[in-house]
Design a protein around this ligand. Sequence first.
Ligand SMILES: NC(=O)C1=CN([C@@H]2O[C@H](COP(=O)(O)OP(=O)(O)OC[C@H]3O[C@@H](n4cnc5c(N)ncnc54)[C@H](OP(=O)(O)O)[C@@H]3O)[C@@H](O)[C@H]2O)C=CC1
Ligand SMILES: CC(=O)[C@@H](O)[C@H](O)COP(=O)(O)O
Ligand SMILES: [Mn+2]
Length: 386
Amino acid sequence: MSARRGITILGSTGSIGCNTVELVEASPDLYRVEALVANSRVDTLADQARRLNARLAVVADESAYPALKEALAGTGIEVAAGAAAVADAADLPADWVMASIVGAAGLAPTLRAIRRGATVGLANKEVLVCAGQLMMAEVKTHGATLLPVDSEHSAIFQVLDVNQHDQVEKIILTASGGPFRGKSREFMSSVTPEQAVAHPNWSMGAKISVDSASMFNKGLELIEAYHLFNMPEEKIDIVVHPQSVIHSLVAYTDGSVLAQLGSPDMRTPIAYALGWPNRIPAPVPRLDLAAIGTLIFEAPNETLFPSLRLAREALRAGGSVAAVLNAANEVSVAAFLARKIGFLDIARVVERTIEGVNHRELLSIDDVLAQDQVARRFAESVIGRL
Ligand SMILES: NC(=O)C1=CN([C@@H]2O[C@H](COP(=O)(O)OP(=O)(O)OC[C@H]3O[C@@H](n4cnc5c(N)ncnc54)[C@H](OP(=O)(O)O)[C@@H]3O)[C@@H](O)[C@H]2O)C=CC1
Ligand SMILES: CC(=O)[C@@H](O)[C@H](O)COP(=O)(O)O
Ligand SMILES: [Mn+2]
């Protein structure tokens, strides 16, 4: 029997993390689990660690450490807490690491996995938005493998022939349009967090669900695609496709357009990254094309969703603008979810933060982390003045 593959899941208790755990648990002969990492959801983490017989379970939130220790007492599973322990967990010898911590908090541990040459399934798009150039350089230097998990980028990865990179006319990212597609600005001015997280097609964590509603998710994905596929901004289009059946497309110079289709279920792109370069079974609902009947497409509305313009401008500007956009968005989404600001304030705060912060070149990850902090403080001050 061949050795089992070592797996670490950063963000195992979240939406992506739980789907990954499900796929790993289905094949105990294939995988052994090194580390599981969460922020503070101890019950779920301890349950996963026991079921998967993980070597280590880590919480970022140090106040959750006593509860984790108690929950795993007598199991032989090691426990740890704090930001440094989260990053250290990525150093354990797992050949495959799922990067599914939400936000820039995932930057340090993802980088540690990359620096030891691991294969990284990347769900955490914010990492590429705030440090794309540096991260891609680290991947190259350390011989790591980055496999996109974000559904659009997994789709592009599956249909983009790297040997024909110069023959690609466009990458076309599909966007569902989110829960507020077709709604007026007036409607959006008074929506609640409950309305914003009610995505029409996907079941996801709160932050990315709000990003989908504001279409910042598509802006972040534009920047993510730029780095992952080394494609200029003007060659990346966005089209609204409210059914989320086509996950993205690549158009070639001969007029061919190749797409990847599937049910809107993240277990497919996660299974693709887990099985790569092979394919493994995933228990997702199969597409019934005859039942779907018609596929719908429309142009995105950049007036109603300024996030798309802001993301393009950030890419064109370069330097620290995308990192600032990301940090300001994280702060504003948290404030919206806490009912401190309105939904339309999210883009307002991001734009004012980009305008107000002094931008700089990002020459190291420390530069990124410092600029991230500057932008967070600025965004908080903008919120305080709204
Ligand atoms: N959900 C989806 O379908 C998709 C998600 N993505 C991306 O994947 C990432 C994860 O999304 P999703 O699973 O929805 O998010 P969730 O909010 O559901 O989960 C986030 C995970 O990160 C953990 N976490 C949060 N902060 C920290 C921290 N400081 N240190 C360590 N762990 C932390 C959480 O722990 P705890 O549970 O303890 O809070 C949880 O395990 C995001 O970047 C998102 O954009 C991309 C495509 C699709
Ligand atoms: C599942 C996934 O990849 C999400 O990023 C999804 O794309 C969100 O849908 P939107 O197209 O509404 O942003
Ligand atoms: Mn996506």
